[in-house]
Design a protein around this ligand. Structure first.
Ligand SMILES: [Mg+2]
Length: 250
């Protein structure tokens, strides 16, 4: 696993380097159709190409635009080369990279790394060894004196979340993996996407990081989130500091 973790870190560096070379006004250019049926933007393509080049044939890959690449290996890199593409394309400094290493499904992920590119923050977790932000151990917040919910709003919300907006402190940043990590490090108490719109590439790394930080990740039915590495599967995501917080949102 150590060898694969080193590769994952190299991938993060390679993506960041590749993205920094692209002029910001070119981030949002449409270049192709992705495996998920949505247009691939230039920044996604540049980031994914950089990732695939580093990984080579060392592992299988499941990535947002390229789909599943079977290299006949035991482990798969589950990659969102750019988490928060729309933010990147609009010049909103909240987007990053998400990579998980596992075998078949979210529950067997052994390593996760998420990097917020503009801030430079790196969130990491190794299964059974805790979660880290920039090398320092992190834990979910148990201080409920100033609760912050990160919610997907607009069309991505539901009746419950729209009601919550009226009476609570809400944030909505538009990059699921990083938003989950904000729960892991105690910055927020929950991240909730109530619609079944996220894929394993969006949350595989975030799930491990939240769980290793002492939190939990459910779907909108309150079930512990676990899906196979399959881009066709979409899920709701509720990452929380505690079950008590989950119950307030479900
Ligand atoms: Mg993406």
């Amino acid at each position: 696993m150590d060898y694969l973790i080193d590769i994952a870190k190299e991938v993060v560096e390679a993506i960041e380097k590749a993205v920094r070379k692209v002029a910001r006004e070119n981030f949002g250019k449409e270049v192709a159709m992705g495996a998920d049926g949505t247009p691939t933007l230039y920044i996604d393509k540049v980031a994914e190409d950089a990732a695939l080049e580093v990984i080579g044939k060392e592992a299988n890959v499941l990535s947002e635009e390229a789909g599943y690449i079977d290299n006949g290996k035991k482990y798969t890199f589950v990659i969102d080369p750019i988490d928060g593409t729309r933010n990147a394309a609009h010049g909103i400094p909240f987007y990053g990279i998400s990579i998980a290493i596992g075998r078949k499904s979210v529950e067997d992920v052994e390593y996760g790394i998420v990097k917020n590119i503009p801030s430079g923050d790196v969130y990491e977790a190794i299964k059974g060894e805790g979660a880290y932000l920039n090398g320092k151990r992190i834990e979910v917040s148990e201080d409920y004196s100033d609760i912050i919910y990160i919610l997907a709003l607009g069309e991505s919300g539901n009746e419950k979340t729209w009601k919550l907006v009226k009476f609570n402190t809400i944030r909505a940043m538009g990059a699921a993996a990083i938003e989950m990590c904000l729960v892991a490090c105690g910055a927020a108490h929950a991240y909730f996407m109530p619609q079944e719109s996220l894929r394993t590439t969006d949350f595989a790394a975030g799930c491990l990081i939240v769980r290793e930080a002492g939190g939990e990740v459910y779907n909108a039915n309150g079930e512990v989130l676990n899906v196979p590495f399959d881009l066709k599967v979409r899920s709701s995501v509720l990452a929380v500091a505690s079950r008590k917080i989950a119950e307030a949102l479900l």
